[in-house]
Write a protein that binds this ligand. Structure first.
Ligand code: DON
Length: 570
């Protein structure tokens, strides 16, 4: 017997399967074994409808990869801010037996891209050019990625994984309050960049609970359902992409689309306090950064100091400063740039990096490097975590980069294009929309993948699955995953409490500790400020969606209350 624990229950899918819903409710401190824990599987994603699609696939006998494919497509419909067909991402996989793999379906620069394509005649970045419109888009990777994942690990038929999304696009989904607000705020930009119209704009304003029907997107999904990856990279959908490019000055060609390949890569594997951490290698910087961060703090008694105590925060901030400085200099697409991966994660290197840190006062970032950061703009990526009945798990982060990507929906195909080209270093030292700087390693080159911060991760304890974790948040991704892991391992929090806990972030440049309201008590804040740590309160950090396996073998979820995220288990 299934029962609804909490949440809206009005989608047509819910009529078919009244689910166990676990919300990311504020303060939800789940016990180590509670009625919100499940044995057979769990899906945690940015939207209830997508989590439900995933759990339905698991119940039909699909495995975690089948569910991941279905969730990725469902999010492209019900979470157009970041769920996507026109973007890319990374997937980390662990089978129940412990086999691991990772899939890179990151976008890449079109063949006609060039190093200085976003600079003016004086060599200065034209910021909007890498952020809005078709020129900001990299060659999309998501459909190729999902197809590749399914080819290798899928159990159910491909078409059955896409069908729920076709229905969601055809019948519509209910926009949430947050989505209605964002869509209304972006109305004028969408109108300007989509003169031929898009389902994202309507006369008047969007209201929470109103249905969004996406007829063009449904047609694209039908092409993908019936023709696999070719339904996207060839045929009418590819024609529509190229026509959009030609109408608006974009540079993605048919050849670019046909040539796109998702790549299986050897995951990054490291240890933290006896837990095995399996995560994403370059072209994401996330995995290396996560292991650098964990390795830099492992020798210290965080548990004794306590969560967000001044010593804990100080140590973590100093580790973050050094890690992000390394990211800027050393990380890029490994197919174009030799990343010193092994060296960056060696414990002797990390010890040496931390050796000039002083408890008496903050290290200055200028002593490590230099740069500036503009305020972060609207940002949106999305992460989901899945475990199936056998214990196979998927940790997948996917993005259009900014919220709604380049703000261009391909006319006739109904999906949004990414603005991922902004993740390249458009000019050495010039900050991207997350304030991240870079240089040669991440310079634009034809067919190169732009550096990412996405950090899907899976943890093992004594050879068994322990945690599936990841988050959106641009440059804050690695520090959010880092804190979530520490919250569970060092500070004994439940999965939901670890996700809910207030976070802080330092990224080397600008030299400031960004904190969520309430992350630090006033005494801690004063202590840190007196040592020279500038502190700036900001909006929400991260939207972690994670799963923890407890010692009795039950799965408990953490669905981030900062978004509309939902977990569904069975
Ligand atoms: O790949 C990256 O690092 C960025 N494009 C991710 C963007 C992101 O997380 C926005 N989210 N909130």
């Amino acid at each position: 017997m299934q029962k609804v624990l909490k949440g809206r229950s009005s989608t047509f899918i819910l009529i078919l399967f009244i689910p166990f819903l676990i919300t990311g409710c504020a303060g939800g401190q789940l016990g180590k074994q509670s009625s919100k824990e499940f044995r057979n599987g769990m899906v945690v994603s940015a939207r209830e409808e997508a989590s439900q699609v995933g759990i339905d696939i698991l119940k039909k006998g699909g495995n975690a990869v089948d569910a991941a494919v279905a969730v990725q497509f469902a999010l492209a419909v019900v979470y157009p801010n970041a769920g996507n067909l026109g973007g890319g991402g990374f997937m980390v996989y662990r089978s129940a037996k412990g086999e691991t793999n990772s899939l890179d379906f990151r976008e890449k620069a079109p063949a006609a891209a060039s190093r200085n394509m976003y600079l003016d005649s004086l060599g200065q970045p034209i910021v909007d050019k890498s952020l809005y419109g078709t020129l900001a888009a990299g060659v999309p990777g998501s459909v190729a990625g999902m197809y590749e994942a399914h080819q290798k690990y899928g159990k159910l038929k491909w078409a059955d994984l896409i069908e729920p999304s076709v229905l969601l696009a055809q019948h519509g989904f209910k926009v949430t309050e947050k989505q209605a607000k964002e869509l209304n705020e972006l109305h004028d930009d969408f109108s300007r960049l989509n003169p031929l119209g898009t389902a994202l704009i309507k006369e008047g304003t969007w209201q929470a609970g109103e249905k969004m029907v996406q007829a063009e997107l449904a047609q694209t999904l039908i092409q993908i359902r019936d023709h696999g990856r070719d339904g996207f990279y060839q045929g009418t959908v590819a024609d529509a992409v190229v026509a959009e490019m030609q109408r608006t000055g974009g540079i993605i060609t048919k050849q670019d689309l046909q040539n796109y390949k998702a790549i299986w890569r050897k995951p990054i594997i490291g240890q933290y306090r006896g837990y095995k951490v399996i995560t994403m290698p370059p072209p994401s910087s996330g995995g290396i950064a996560l292991l650098q961060l964990l390795g830099s703090v492992e020798g210290y008694p965080l548990k004794k100091w306590g969560h967000n105590a001044d010593s804990t925060v100080q140590l973590m901030v100093e580790a973050e400063r050094r890690t992000y400085a390394d990211r800027a200099a050393h990380l890029g697409d490994p197919d174009f740039y030799k990343v010193p991966q092994k060296h960056l994660m060696e414990s002797s290197y990390l010890k040496q990096r931390m050796s000039n840190f002083s408890w008496a006062k903050a290290t200055l970032s200028s002593a490590i490097g230099a740069g500036v950061m503009p305020p972060a703009e609207h940002e949106e990526t999305t992460h989901f975590s899945i475990v199936d009945r056998e214990g196979n798990s998927v940790s997948l982060t996917t993005t259009l980069n900014g919220s709604y990507g380049a703000l261009v929906a391909v006319k006739g195909a109904g999906f949004l294009l990414n603005n991922e080209m902004d993740d390249f270093s458009v000019k050495p030292g010039a900050p991207n929309m997350y304030g991240l700087v870079g240089g040669e390693a991440n310079a634009i080159q034809p067919d190169k993948r732009m550096l990412s911060s996405m950090t899907p991760a899976i943890l093992e304890k004594e050879g068994d699955l322990f945690m599936v974790v990841g988050t959106p948040g641009g440059s804050t991704i690695m520090t959010s995953v880092f804190q979530t892991i520490l919250n569970v391992i060092d500070f004994d929090m439940s999965m939901q409490a670890a996700v809910n806990a207030k976070k802080f972030h330092h990224q080397w440049l600008p030299d400031v500790v960004q904190v969520e309201e309430g992350a630090l008590d006033s005494v801690t804040r004063v202590k840190l400020e007196s040592k020279g740590y500038p502190i700036k309160v900001r909006g929400p950090i991260g939207r972690v969606d994670a799963i923890l396996k407890n010692k009795w073998g039950y799965y408990q979820a953490g669905a981030d209350p900062r978004g509309d995220d939902k977990a569904v288990g069975w």
